[in-house]
Design a protein around this ligand. Structure first.
Ligand SMILES: Cc1ncc(COP(=O)(O)O)c(C=O)c1O
Length: 446
């Protein structure tokens, strides 16, 4: 019998490709855990009722991140996102109405799934200054405050995705002040920002005032894919921590991967030792790389110091085409779209990786293109609750036949899974334009 998945992975691992994508370990050996793949045998503890080794490890990690409580997830931030929303919902003082959450539109699909499962009502907030792209919000604390004040009732929570896929970082402390003054819970999808805690200046969302946040450890730290952390702040209500495991267990597998938990465990040990120094080196090397790319005419955007987001469109080439050219040079980016190429760096990228990238981009001519023109994400015309529309019978139609229809199952861009049309919203000509731009040609409608 053939083993096509393993064969692909093996071939890729032997190809010598420079990995500018997740996971953060970049394929280098750090743990070597295969013989350690366990289940919940005696002594191995139990993730959703942790009292032994898992509890001990989680509490060490909580200490490292300055959290009141940290939960391990072996199913990524996707599981943490559903959990955080369930916790916020369950702990509301008044549950007579559906939970109302304010969110900029650049949420990950896991947020929509949580809205479907928990019947959450969303008040989408749009940036006064116009959106940068589908996956980058540009929403300010003032935008959040205005949205909260215009809601018919005080929203229960604000949900922010930061850093976003392009490497822009939202003003979390400003948003935290807005939330505090109105009694709203601040939840941050920090899937891309686990490392922010360990920079010279700690800009992790928990430090800046989030009540809860999730970190996809696997995206930026040396951890196996699927490993993530859900942090609860020391200033959040105690009830959050008390029900969090129970809420997580509702959405999770009863067979959490011990390999992933072990890699989270080892990862925390590494974070407590050499990581700050290694990260500082990585930040310096990434800055040098950014400067060398600029000298060759490549413009980069974003705030993150471990992400190189090349504004390819502005340099006369589409992001997707530039991605293909990099692949010809043995470089795999994290993400490409018509406007951008995203390259992620960690201390596990080698000097050889950086040199290969710099040499490749020096050989590919950067021209002057036109500044990226983004389709302004149109304000949603909500016709039906997300849950009702997502679970209703729907049929698939060609997007050209969809104007005026109500969206059935939410449509996200393939990567990075940001919604273009959300369940229950009216499909308009503007939305169809964006769907087509992201290659979506069929859509489920009611
Ligand atoms: C912004 C954002 N949030 C959440 C997720 C989900 O994270 P995970 O893959 O760890 O489940 C992703 C995944 O790419 C993401 O980009």
């Amino acid at each position: 019998m053939a083993s096509p998945i393993y064969d692909f992975a093996k071939k890729y691992s032997q190809s010598g490709t420079a990995r500018f994508h997740m996971p953060g370990h970049k394929g280098r050996t750090l743990h070597g855990l295969e013989a350690l793949d366990l289940t919940e045998i005696r002594g191995a503890d139990y993730l959703f009722g942790a009292q032994g080794v898992i509890a001990e490890s989680e509490s060490q990690t909580a200490e490292l991140f300055g959290a009141a409580k940290t939960l391990y997830s072996t199913e990524g931030s996707s599981l943490c996102i559903k959990t955080m929303l369930a916790v916020a919902d369950r702990c509301r003082p008044d549950r007579s109405e559906r939970m109302l959450v304010i969110a900029p539109r650049n949420v990950h699909k896991a947020f929509i799934n949580a809205c479907i499962l928990l019947d959450i009502e969303v008040c989408w907030v749009y940036p006064a200054g116009g959106s940068r792209s589908l996956c980058s919000s540009g929403v300010t604390p003032e935008d959040i405050a205005a949205a909260a004040d215009s809601c018919p009732r005080t929203p229960d929570a604000v949900y922010i995705t930061s850093p976003d896929y392009l490497g822009f970082i939202a003003d979390i402390s400003g948003t935290a002040k807005v939330c505090k003054s109105r009694g709203m819970t601040l939840i941050v999808d920090n899937a891309h920002g686990a490392y922010l805690r360990f920079l010279g200046e700690d800009i992790h969302p928990l430090t800046l005032g989030a009540d809860m946040c999730c970190d996809s450890a696997h995206k930026t730290l040396p951890c196996y894919t699927g490993g993530a952390l859900l942090h609860i702040s020391r200033s959040a209500p105690a009830a959050f921590g008390e029900c969090a495991k129970l809420m997580m267990s509702m959405f999770a597998s009863t067979s959490p991967s011990y390999l992933i938990m072990e890699s989270l465990d080892l990862c925390s040990d590494y974070l407590s030792k050499n990581y700050r120094a290694d990260l500082a080196d990585c930040v310096r090397r990434t800055a040098l790389c950014r400067q060398r790319l600029a000298e060759c005419g490549w413009k980069t955007v974003g705030d993150e110091c471990c992400k190189l987001t090349v504004a390819a469109g502005e340099c006369g080439i589409s992001g997707d085409e530039l991605g293909d050219k990099l692949r010809e040079h043995g470089i795999e980016p994290e993400y490409t779209d018509p406007d951008f190429v995203v390259l992620m760096t960690t201390p596990f990228n080698t000097e050889e990786d950086y040199l290969r990238l710099e040499q490749a981009l020096a050989r590919i001519p950067a021209r002057s293109g036109s500044p990226a023109v983004f389709d302004v994400i149109p304000k949603a015309l909500v016709r039906m609750p997300i849950r009702r529309a997502a679970l209703a019978h729907s049929r698939e139609v060609c997007v050209d036949d969809a104007p005026g229809c109500i969206c059935g199952m939410t449509v996200t861009s393939c990567q990075p899974s940001v919604p273009i049309a959300v369940s229950g919203e009216e499909i308009t000509a503007d939305i169809i334009k964006i769907l087509k731009r992201y290659g979506v040609l069929r859509i489920s409608v009611l």
